[in-house]
Design a protein around this ligand. Sequence first.
Ligand code: BT5
Length: 323
Amino acid sequence: MESTRNRLIKLLNQEDNYISGQQLSDHLNISRTAVWKHMKELEKDGYEVEAVQRKGYRIIASPDKTSENTIHWGLSTSWIGHQLHHYEEVDSTQDIVHQLAKQGKPHGTVVVADEQIKGKGRMSRPWHSPKGKGIWMSILLRPELSPVQAPQITLLAATVLAKVITSQSQLIPFIKWPNDILINHKKVSGILTEMQAEHDQIQYVAIGIGINLNQSAEEIPVDIRHKASSLRAESKEEWNITSTIQEILKQFESTYDQYAAEGFNYVKEIWETYGYKIGEKVTISTMRRTWEATLVGIEPDGALIARDSEGKREKLYSAEIQW
Ligand code: BT5
């Protein structure tokens, strides 16, 4: 059930003109005093509300900070982000989304934080998540998939981020298998997918998305500066956190719906157009050998396909690739 606050925000957002307290109270089925109280809450969040007698309310300025309200403002999705939890500081948005999943929160619940103290990557690697400099967000999904299909969701998430970066800038993003977004060969974003499954059925998937938005080149930690960057450092433009989150959620929802309707092929085709070094030769090493191969694409189980010099196709799951 969508909260009254969200519905209020949507109503105000539809109108450039004043909307009367009576209209709001009728639409929302709450008293006019309750409408007034909600308006006061919005003001606390930094909205400037103009209230004119006999005309009604109008929003004249939105705050520049990220909050549940500012993300909801103008978010035209039908299932993603309706339940949205924003925190100033957390250990990891993944931890929170796991707790929410266990409390039974629905498909499409989103957790966003301004800062993560213990942001994590895959295999417990650290993920640097400084305050107000990027998007640190987790999405709870309850897909009707078998666990072996879970990697498809990571691949899907990567295509969403690549599409959003392409639509919001002149930058050319690449997806480095399986989960990094690169700009000019440097990582600007990573995805962490964690899953809870039982009896060969996924209970839920927690998709963690980290995107470096506004760090200057000097603000990227020295130990990763040679391989990491931010959208601002690459585009020379400041990125708005709230509107970028909204774009990601919108794009995520439409891509996911299309994937649910059409199957993995839809994701595969988009992924391969953004795939880093797809069609190019790389050196691959496993425990047993090292060889040269051309990267071809991805498989429904998330594997990367490579073709060796004799034309033999091989599925890779965890090989070391010298990019
Ligand atoms: C990832 O892991 O790339 C997944 C990152 C997922 C982060 C999100 S933020 C929201 C959610 N909550 C969390 O706690 N996590 C998710 P992996 O492929 O293992 O890459 C980790 C490696 O990337 C580290 O070992 C560093 O070398 C490098 N790294 C760390 N922080 C970085 C950053 N901010 N930007 C680019 N590279 C970074």
